[in-house]
Design a protein around this ligand. Structure first.
Ligand code: PLP
Length: 465
């Protein structure tokens, strides 16, 4: 049995949720064109679509909300937010944004020329989308262990030899920045070791290439370093964070994760001329640099959340709850990406459903089954999200893995709700041979999984006939 510390908080406010009847769920997902992003939240019992913007706020955050200074320029809320970000990450400038993808858009708009390469341990989907949107080439350089069954505590690491090779092959001028995604969401939410951050930073320094973090889950990453990397066991989480960020030139953060907030993001960096160019663009597309698309109260919530997330007791419970969840799914017979990451359990739908080919999205088949069987929403991270089309043949180029991500919102669900998911998982495993794949009947050019319409394979054939 996985060790499970009990919650270091108590519940003060509750939100009722309802489990619809199975026939109603089947009808609603059909009406949503088999795209879980298109379901109304009221159709869902347990929502594991994302850990982003779904955290429960603390009493201190709710209290901070009332301090929000909604002045257009120079709000006190911004000063409190700025002070927190500077204290944690020790960079000179802080640019608030309403969420992470705006930080990405601003950074790539200024730093990236068409045709240039952006290496990343693994791009998250919006990061990839924003690099492509600016004409750049996103290059994923996960370490060898990332996609193997080998037990490795830091599967989020970057392949440093591949990074050196990319820079040597393409030339330094074609690589305007290196990004480390911490933790590595699209590679199973796996953490990055301090050793790897140091090695990547050294390569970047050698070539004069700036290193930026995509640090949505920096505190969870720091917890893993404390727990699993030699030499850090006695360190405070805040000290590990300081060491991590001493290695980079700046960071982009979707603060909807480890900011313990429902909205927010920022860029923090040292380069003054880059700061000026970023804020000029920010004023055009996002807002004045002391609010950046956020209300003053959002900034105050973040100022508190970014500190709360450093609590060892909070992180110890959080990571243990994800472990508990993984154990429940494993016991039900679901093959998982091992070990589980910090914010989610990734089910290997490719292994569970080997008869559904990648171009029929086994991950989507499994995610839909979780909804129909149990009112649970998860997200496919496989060929629907990351597959591409061969421009010559029109054939699908599959993603590396066919996964379903079941993300745990922070401080939201209890372990008895997790046990319920285990019962649903068991029923799906027992009936898995009846699951069908899907075809896309509509898709957009970028980030197609958000808006695509799908049909179960057989229905598609019937409706075409
Ligand atoms: C690693 C990572 N980067 C960037 C983003 C995008 O952030 P946002 O959803 O706030 O735009 C996410 C969101 O899940 C993420 O996990």
């Amino acid at each position: 049995m996985t060790r499970q510390p009990s919650e270091p908080y108590r519940i003060k406010s509750v939100e009722p949720i309802t489990l619809l009847a199975p026939e109603e769920r089947a009808e609603r997902i059909k009406r949503a064109h088999y795209n879980l992003f298109k379901l109304d939240a009221a159709s869902i019992y347990l929502d594991l679509l994302t850990d982003s913007g779904t955290s429960a706020m603390s009493n201190r955050q709710w209290a901070a909300l009332m301090l929000g200074d909604e002045s257009y320029a120079g709000a006190e809320s911004f000063r409190r937010f700025e002070e927190t970000v500077k204290e944690l990450f020790a960079k000179r400038f802080v640019i608030p944004c309403h969420q992470g993808r705006v930080a990405e858009n601003l950074m790539f708009s200024i730093l990236l020329e068409p045709g240039q390469f952006v290496p990343n341990n693994t791009h998250f989907d919006t990061t990839r989308g924003n690099v492509l949107h600016k004409g750049g080439v996103p290059v994923d350089l996960p370490c060898a262990a990332a996609h193997s069954d080998e037990a490795h505590p830091f599967k989020g690491d970057m392949d440093v030899d591949a990074l050196s090779k990319l820079i040597a092959d393409q030339g330094r001028d074609m690589v305007p920045m290196v990004i480390m995604t911490i933790t590595n969401n699209s590679a199973g939410g796996q953490p990055v070791s301090m050793r790897n951050l140091k090695d990547v930073a050294a390569i970047c320094r050698e070539h004069g290439i700036p290193l930026y973090y995509d640090c949505a889950r920096f505190a969870e990453n720091a917890y893993f370093i404390k727990r699993d990397e030699a030499g850090y066991g006695d360190w405070e989480i805040a000290a590990i964070v300081a060491e991590m960020f001493s290695l980079c030139d700046g960071a982009m953060m979707s603060a909807k994760k480890d900011g313990l907030a429902n909205m927010g993001g920022f860029i923090t960096l040292n380069d003054e001329s880059l700061y000026r160019r970023l804020t000029e663009l920010e004023i055009l597309i996002e807002g004045f640099p002391t609010y950046g698309g956020l209300a003053g109260r959002d900034l105050d919530i973040l100022a508190v959340g970014l500190r709360e997330v450093l609590s060892y007791d909070y992180l110890d419970f959080r990571i243990a709850q994800v472990d508990y969840f993984a154990n429940v799914l494993r016991t039900a017979g679901m093959p998982l990406v091992e070990p589980p990451g910090g914010h989610a359990v990734f089910v290997d739908a490719g292994r569970l459903l080997p008869d559904i080919p990648a171009e029929q999205f086994p991950g989507q088949a499994l995610a839909i089954a979780f909804y129909v069987e149990g009112g649970i929403r998860a997200v496919e991270i496989g060929t629907l999200m990351f597959g591409t089309t061969d421009p010559d043949t029109g054939a699908t180029i599959p993603a590396r893995q066919e996964l379903v991500r079941m993300a745990l919102p922070r401080r939201v669900y209890t372990n008895s709700q997790i046990d319920y998911i285990g019962e649903v998982a068991e029923r799906i495993v027992q009936t898995k041979d009846s699951l069908r794949g899907f075809d896309i009947v509509y898709q957009s050019q970028f980030l197609r999984h958000f808006t695509a319409d799908l049909l179960p394979v057989e229905e598609q054939k019937l409706s075409v006939r």
